[in-house]
Design a protein around this ligand. Sequence first.
Ligand code: GLC
Length: 742
Amino acid sequence: MTKKLLFILMLGASLVSCSKKQDATESKIDELISKMTLTEKIGQMNQLTGEGASANMKDQIRAGVVGSILNEVDANTINELQRVAVEESRLGIPLIFARDVIHGFKTIFPIPLGQAATWNPELAEQGARIAAQEASSVGIRWTFAPMVDVSRDPRWGRIAESCGEDPYLTSVMGVAMVKGFQGDNLADSNSIAACAKHFAGYGASESGKDYNTTWIPETQLRDVYLPSFHAVADAGVATFMCSFNDINGIPSSGNKHLNKDILRNEWKWDGVLVSDWGSIDQMISHGVCANSEDAAIMAVDAGVDADMMGFVYIKNLEKLVKEGKVDEKLIDNAVRNILRLKFRLGLFENPYVKDTSKVAFYASGSLNAARQAAEESAVLLKNNNVLPISTKTVKSIAVVGPMSDAPADQLGTWVFDAEPSHSVTPLQAIRQDYGSKFNILAEKGLLYSRDTNSKGIARAVQVAEKADIVLFFAGEEAILSGEAHCRADISLPGAQTEMLRELKKTGKPVVTVLMTGRPNTISEEVEKSDAFIYAFQGGTMAGPALADLLFGNAVPSGKLPVTIPRMVGQVPVYYAHKMTGRPASNIVMINDIPVGAFQTSLGNTSYHLDAGDSPLFPFGYGLSYTTFSYSPVHLSATSMDQNGKIMAECKVTNTGKYDAREVIQLYIRDKVATLAQPVRELKGFKKIMLKAGESQTISFEINACELGFWHQDNTYSVEPGEFQVWISKDSQSGEPVSFYLK
Ligand code: GLC
């Protein structure tokens, strides 16, 4: 029997056994639902936050009116509550315990925006796998991550939790995180259900203010905000979470088009859709529901399976079913999804944490992975040949700034279970790893990012004057980004910019390292720095990672997952913008306009008089200690039909003296279409290691079917015509070549 035939037979057998298992699970679900009272069914839809092993919680579990619990993280308490569910409730249906394990449980990885800056999905998957192992060791089997909201507004605090402005990069990183959290088999005790959130369009919140309204035309919703959700749905994400915002007036928790037409009927997704915290009840505040009963009706009709801490379902659904206002079939559908998840997690067979004494935290392999992620998340924006630091030219180093020794703030937002005592800060790492080679002088100057203490600045300046080089660690405290932490002014908080000005006056070379939760406006800071690293908040091992980069034991390879604006007035500013009918040309900046200039003398094209038309740094940008050259792009053909594919190739050479990683990016533009299309869109990327002097030819397969867009009649299709292709180092570089789609 040929190997191929054997493979086909084995594949067929596994598919058959898989479908048989699914059928068996569905039969078990049917049998269970047939035994459940209406109260018990609605109980499965009720998600509560933990309150320990209280009598009140145990009574509710025993009565069968709790389906899942979030924010309980003590293994013994979880086992005790689970024991009540399994042994003392009428049907013994196990609970699911959930937690926001966003970028680590104990071993903290860079914030998701930083992980996106690695452009390394394998690292993101590894980080999620480690988080799942640590969290599941205490009984957490459901995390509310990854957040796959695309965001193009750095004022929005939750951009920190996102993978940035691009649908393709967010899709790739989101799928990797789902695979990491869920592992190869969701029933494995160290796998946890992932959650695609916040569905949908949350990143488009008006003015970057959290929870705010969004206005998203259906074509933009489907082209920009839904692809990452569709990608993780196709990748098997076990759960989704509703977003707080309304889309064009309809809150997501009551949005039947979003949650049923698209998520269930178009995408054929069969997981659990959970509301966000109280988001069902908040439809009253939105003004689309008059009262709690209306909210219950709207949400259950829109397919929201579980009510997180809203108490809307548990208080109203039984009465509404009995009054004939809610069809019990809707309840059954929701309960079916919830029970399916519990079967998939293996909770009926293995409901308990087996070994509560087994501590799986901070394993050396986990810390090394976190260090690698922090290293690859750092983006080198500027280097006037001051990095890497060498003993040949430097003897003493001043380590200053509020983020130089900030163990809690370097972890970033959404780290409920982290322990800052385990953080290794830049100052600690520099002292322990490089203190024998250099004389390290330290003075934070400002104690935290919002500090304005000029006396502290003076102390830092005194230290700087004694050193050969100054390392200025600036940024944002963790509290200044994340949920509800939005800023209308995204400049550096406190007196950090003033501190840099004073440091600059010493005449010493200044290296600025920014540890932040968002794109900040840093034009002056970059101009006053001799080198600049954008490090986001890098997690537990941020310090050693940054030290290795600063001293050359590692080479920067991060690329921006978001655009860095020159000023907040440019926002929203992103690479995949439209050309417009008057693209910027002949730009005359505000201070160059002649006094008395006539109204039309400036050319009437699209730019800001005081900012121009370009960002400070574009999406995909990042320098290295080496340099790379890109050959012209070669296409395997100059035309293809609607079912065709073309290979695009480019030879990349490491033309410098450091072995280094490079992220090679594929962009495509549909030059003429019935709806104006972006000037370019990321369609692929590869991160490779090239030794000094080494070349590698990188090829990308371009499939015609991936070049379409959504039309106003709600169909997706590819249109014939000219397409341009770039293979480049960032979203503004490279020369395009064209092919034609027939
Ligand atoms: C919060 C967040 C959501 C989180 C949930 C549970 O309000 O919006 O992302 O998962 O509540 O903590």
